[in-house]
Design a protein around this ligand. Structure first.
Ligand code: ZN
Length: 200
C-alpha cells in the first residue's frame, strides 16, 4: 500500500521550547514528506506494493537500498512524532513499563544514561532506541534509517539523532537535545502502548 504522510499529532508550536515549530515544519513537512514521496516512487514495481510498511522495511533491507532507506525512515518518523508530546518526559512511567525498565535496563537513571550515551555515540546520522528482543528490553543504536526491526527486535522508543532533528534548536549540542528529549518530550503512554503490543 502506498505510504502516506501522517499529520503531526499536535500543533507545530506545542513542543517548544524543546523542539521548535521551525524544526517540526522542516522535519515533518520537508524531510518526512520526502521519504514518503521517494518511497512511493521506489515502491512501484518493487514487488512489495501489497505489503505492510513493516514488511516492506524488513523485505527491502539488503536488497533494495533506496526503498529500504525511505521506507524505514517513514516507519521511524511515523512513530517519532508519537514518541513526543507537550509536557512529556520525566520519570513518571506507566507501571508495567517501569517494572520492565527496572528489571531489564537497571532502572530509570541507568536507562537515561545509556539511552543518551547511545544517541551520542551513534557516529553521524541515526537513531537510538529501546527495543524488545526475545521478550526483554534493550538499548540499541543504528546508523542512518536502520531500525530494530531488521535486527529481529521491536522498537518501543526511538530518538532521531540526524542533525535535521536538532540543529535549528541545539546547533551541534546533541547531548542537550537528547537530555531534553528524555526530560521534557517523551510520550511514555505511547511507549507503553508499543511495549504492550511488542510483548503481547
Ligand atoms: Zn528525522
Amino acid at each position: 500500500m502506498a505510504f502516506e504522510l501522517p499529520d503531526l499529532p499536535y500543533a507545530y508550536d506545542s513542543l517548544a521550547p524543546y523542539m521548535s515549530a521551525e524544526t517540526l515544519e522542516f522535519h515533518h513537512d520537508k524531510h518526512h514528506n520526502a521519504y514518503v514521496t521517494n518511497g512511493n516512487k521506489l515502491l512501484e514495481g518493487s514487488g512489495l506494493e501489497g505489503k505492510s510498511l513493516e514488511e516492506v522495511v524488513v523485505a527491502s533491507h539488503g536488497k533494495n537500498a533506496g526503498l529500504f532507506n525511505n521506507a524505514a525512515q517513514h516507519y521511524n518518523h511515523n512513530h517519532f512524532w508519537n514518541w513526543m508530546k507537550k509536557d512529556g518526559g520525566g520519570n513518571k512511567l506507566p507501571a508495567k513499563l517501569q517494572a520492565a525498565i527496572d528489571s531489564d535496563l537497571g532502572g530509570f537513571d541507568k536507562f537515561k544514561a545509556d539511552f543518551v550515551a547511545a544517541g551520542l555515540t551513534q557516529f553521524g546520522s541515526g537513531w537510538c532506541w529501546i527495543a524488545v528482543k526475545d521478550g526483554k528490553l534493550e538499548i540499541m543504536k543504528t546508523p542512518n534509517g536502520e531500525n530494530p526491526l531488521i535486527h529481529g527486535a521491536k522498537p518501543i522508543l526511538g530518538c532521531d539523532v540526524w542533525e535535521h532533528s536538532y540543529y535549528i534548536d541545539y546547533r551541534n549540542a546533541r547531548p542537550k537535545y537528547l537530555e531534553a528529549f528524555v526530560d521534557d518530550l517523551i510520550n511514555w503512554d505511547y511507549v507503553a502502548e508499543m511495549f504492550e503490543s511488542a510483548t503481547a
